[in-house]
Design a protein. Structure first.
Length: 202
């Protein structure tokens, strides 16, 4: 890997270490990423992106509390960083704070409105937040469908050579007489069938 070679040439470069740490997070090597990113932050402690990536690595390694601390530091340095807001929202949800997650991921969507991953995380936070109305969930789910379709390209052509609608699958053992099922039915009813094919798996 070129970044590892770069580190051997310039071991004191916080920028190279930060880039290597981010690459390790993407590769799922969270333990290695933590070591590298902690080293980068010793050299350059006020780099918001390194705190953000370290927070992601901590969370994925099961160190959720440390992840929250690192992400809060990232946002103290760069308050409008959409990715850090989204990541802190995910950590908050993992720690049982659905309302906090809803607020944080909502802010990330305001800063990056076309990001389909942020929209998906927002829908997840809404599902766990007790204050969510069916109407609010319908709007959020519709936004996620639109974002994913836009990121794919409205005229996407598949391997078969034909154009196809987005395929949405809902999987739950609670799709029948259960509050989850009742909430999802209203969401599903709001999906434009010209834009998406809906599949239910119970």
């Amino acid at each position: 890997m070129a970044l590892i070679r770069a580190v051997s040439i310039a071991p004191g470069s916080s920028e190279i270490l930060a880039n290597l740490g981010r690459a390790l997070v993407v590769e799922g090597k969270f333990g290695e990423a933590i070591i590298v990113l902690e080293g980068a932050l010793r050299l350059s402690p006020d780099t918001a992106s390194s705190h953000n990536n370290l927070g992601r690595a901590y969370q994925r390694a099961g160190r959720t509390g440390d992840g929250r601390t690192a992400l809060r530091r990232a946002l103290a340095l760069q308050p409008d960083e959409a990715e850090a807001l989204n990541n802190l929202g995910n950590v908050s949800l993992a720690l049982g704070d659905a309302e906090g997650a809803k607020e944080l991921v909502g802010r990330s969507m305001t800063l990056s409105p076309g990001n389909a991953a942020f929209c998906g995380n927002y829908v997840m936070a809404l599902l766990y937040a007790g204050s969510t109305s069916a109407a609010e969930l319908r709007v959020a789910a519709g936004r996620e469908v639109a974002s994913r379709r836009k990121s794919r390209g409205s005229g996407a052509t598949f391997a078969s050579g034909s154009k196809s609608a987005l395929r949405l699958g809902f999987v739950s053992a609670d799709l029948c007489s259960h509050p989850v099922g009742e909430t999802l039915l209203s969401v599903i009813a709001a999906i434009d069938r010209r834009e998406a094919e809906v599949y239910l798996y119970a």
